[in-house]
Design a protein around this ligand. Sequence first.
Ligand code: ADP
Length: 201
Amino acid sequence: MSFILGLTGGIGSGKSAASQWFESQNIVVVDADVVAREIVEIGQPALQQIHQAFGDWVLLENGALNRRALREHIFKNPLARKTLENITHPAIRTSIIEQLQRAQSPYVILVSPLLFETNQHQLTQHNLLIDASEELQIQRASQRDDQNIEQIQKIIQTQMSRQKKRDFANDIVLNDGHLEHLYEKLQPLHHKYLKLALEKK
Ligand code: ADP
C-alpha cells in the first residue's frame, strides 16, 4: 500500500476544502464520511444490524436509514451511540482499507473528522490537522449546512478538543485566512508528502 496521509480537523475547519485541493494535485482521497454513508445503504449488512439493534423506527418507509431519527436518538443517549458505533466502525474500517488499497496515486489521503477519536490514524503513516478557531468553525459550518449554531456546538463537543488533536498531528495548518492562503500553505506540505512517499518505497 502507498504512503497514507491522515487528514483531519473539526467540523467547519476546512478539511473538505483541503482535500479538494489535494485532489486537484491528483492525489486520491478516501473520505471516511462518504464510506460511513455507503456502509448503511439499503442491502448493506450494517443497516440490517442497526435495524435489529434499534427496531423498526430506525428505517424510513422505503427501507433506508432514518438518519435524522437516529441522530436525535444518539444525541440523547450515549449508550445508543456506543451500540451504533460498535456496528458501524468495523464496517467503515474494512471498507476504508479496501479503498486505500485500490488507490493509485503517489500517496493516498484518508480524510476523517474522527481520525484520532476512532483510531483510524492506526491506518496512516503521517497526519495533517486543519485547524481553525471555534468561532470560524461555527461561522463556516452554519453557512454551509442547514444547521443552527447550537447543533454545530454540540457536534464540536462530541469531537476531540483542538489541543488534543494538535498533540496527535505531525503537521498543522491554521485555516484562518482566504482559501488561496490555505492552498499556499498546503503546497509545501504536498511536496514533503511526495518525498516521504518516495522514501517509503
Ligand atoms: P469541513 O470539511 O472541515 O467540515 P469545509 O472544508 O467543508 O469544512 O469548510 C466549511 C465551509 O467553509 C465550506 O463551505 C468551505 O468552502 C468554507 N471554507 C473553508 N475554508 C475557508 C476559508 N479559508 N475561507 C473561506 N471559506 C472557507
